[in-house]
Ligand binder design. Structure first.
Ligand code: GLN
Length: 486
């Protein structure tokens, strides 16, 4: 079993259910690999907690009360609050914070039997595209440690790519599951807005935030997504009261006649040649599988950048007002009065990017600017969603690149936040529309770095997306490639 850490969630679940391996054995293997915290992927590890959960799983496997994913380890992005591990959201503001409850997603995965390996590094409050905005240091890309892993779920993507966890949770507000999955050569899906409960997910931009799984294969993502999703209407009013769906059940449907829309705006000037080549070859693979490529247009693609970077900061400026040094988290040591305490606490607790967004958000919401920025952005957001509905009259699934380039080198964009914003161009439209989207390994580009293919589906068509991704993975082996030494 020397390759235990390279097994899929599905394979591990099978071995555990048939008791060919114990949950403690599996957890021990991953904990050993996590020693020394390679790539700075984890923010909190507690082997006692993990092993206690694994022992409880072994007891359930022995007495026949095991859940479907009993004993399979998973690690959580540090944006999900957890009772048994600290939660910081990558911010100094929440250093050492412990939640009195588990996020719904965490709790659901525990109910399915999964064992928690720890908490994963991310950009502060999930704001970023490179994991360079974490207060606890950047995460390295396991394919090339001089490059970023993507963001904001950079720790999640790096942990799966480096086999420091067989699966991870991520959150995606404007691309934070898809883009790091693409940069690290793994598979990730952001479901339709409302599929997964946001309860216990530290809020960034509430009208966009969604949770989703990151793993090696589409099949694993299907198993995990089924376990994660489900109505939670009493605790998250935007969660959809829909029955749990068995996404793995529809993984072997034929792609014969599937119409794949190719938005011309996703293949323009800004797309680098290496990414285009990998995406094109994946599309040719789809043609071989019986799909038909249909040219489509998403005319407001470019506008998604200013629209997102108005709406997301606006919501963030409101959501982050709760970090005031009173209820939880950091409080400045020396202050003269209440206002001084607020000011110093927030000045010390937040990093530069978070401050930039709070200020932008407060500005676009302020009297006199609200109509010109926020209201206008909301209107264009609606038009972007309408563009997708027009496109879905001609196609079943939309395909294109996840990002314009492969993972960049550390520091390349560090003093240029706008460069990072622009790199989000292909993931923002689906986020603004609330549509499900995923990243599927599609080959390699410059520097041997992974390239992801983005698949976007209509509302609630996750099963169709996962099936399309799974079929590609049956025909290719990009998702099985590993960084050196893993
Ligand atoms: N890169 C985008 C941002 O910085 C998206 C982040 C996310 O999806 N959480 O806001």
């Amino acid at each position: 079993m020397s390759e235990l850490h390279n097994l899929s969630v599905k394979a591990l679940a099978n071995l555990l259910q048939t008791q060919q391996v114990s949950a403690v054995e599996v957890a021990t293997r991953f904990l050993a690999r996590m020693g020394g915290n390679p790539h700075n992927a984890y923010l909190d590890i507690d082997s006692e907690v993990t092993l206690a959960q694994a022992r409880a799983s072994d007891a359930k496997l022995a007495d026949g009360t095991a859940g479907p994913l009993e004993g399979v380890p998973i690690a959580h992005k540090d944006v999900f609050v957890t009772r048994d591990f600290a939660t910081t959201a990558g911010s100094k503001m929440l250093s050492g914070y412990r939640s009195p409850f588990d996020a719904t997603v965490v709790q659901r995965l525990r109910t399915a039997g999964m064992v928690t390996l720890g908490k994963l590094n991310c950009d502060e409050f999930a704001m970023g595209s490179a994991n360079e905005n974490s207060a606890y240091g950047p995460v390295q890309n396991p394919w090339d440690t001089t490059r970023v892993p993507g963001g904001s779920s950079g720790g999640s993507a790096a942990a799966v790519a480096a086999a420091l966890a067989p699966a991870a949770t991520g959150t995606d507000t404007g691309g934070s599951i898809r883009q790091p999955a693409s940069f690290c050569g793994i598979t990730g899906i952001k479901p339709t807005y409302g599929r997964a409960s946001r309860y216990g997910m530290i809020a960034y931009a509430s009208s966009l935030d969604q949770a989703g799984p990151m793993a090696r294969t589409a099949e694993d993502c299907a198993l995990l997504l089924s376990a994660m999703c489900g109505g939670d209407i009493d605790r998250d009013s935007t969660s959809l009261d829909m029955p749990t769906e068995d996404f793995a059940a529809s993984l072997n449907n034929s792609l014969d006649g599937l119409r794949i829309g190719i938005p011309k705006e996703f293949f323009g000037e800004g797309l680098s040649a290496d990414v285009r080549a990998a995406v094109d070859s994946a599309l040719r693979e789809y043609e071989k599988l019986g799909a038909k490529l249909v040219p489509i247009s998403l005319p407001r693609t470019e506008l998604s950048i200013p629209v997102y970077y108005i709406i997301a900061p606006a919501e963030a400026s409101s959501n982050l007002s709760r970090f005031d040094g009173v209820k939880f988290g950091h409080r400045a040591k020396d202050y003269t009065d209440l206002v001084d305490m607020y000011k110093k606490t927030r000045a010390e607790g937040f990093g530069n990017e978070v401050k930039r967004r709070i200020m932008t958000g407060a500005y676009v919401l302020s009297h006199g600017y609200y109509d010109a920025y926020y209201l206008q952005a909301q209107k264009i957001r609606r038009m972007i969603a309408d563009d997708f509905q027009n496109a879905f009259k001609q196609c079943d699934v939309i395909a294109g690149p996840v990002a314009p380039s492969v993972a960049w080198k550390f520091g390349e964009n560090a003093n240029d936040p706008v460069a990072d914003y622009l790199a989000d161009i292909f993931t923002l439209p689906a986020s603004l529309a609330g549509l499900p989207g995923m990243s599927v390994p599609a080959g390699f580009g410059a520097g041997g770095m992974p390239v992801g293919l983005q698949l976007i589906g209509n509302y609630f068509k996750e099963a169709q997306l996962l099936n399309a991704a799974h079929r590609l993975q049956q025909a290719t082996d990009f998702h099985l490639q590993k960084p050196a030494g893993v």
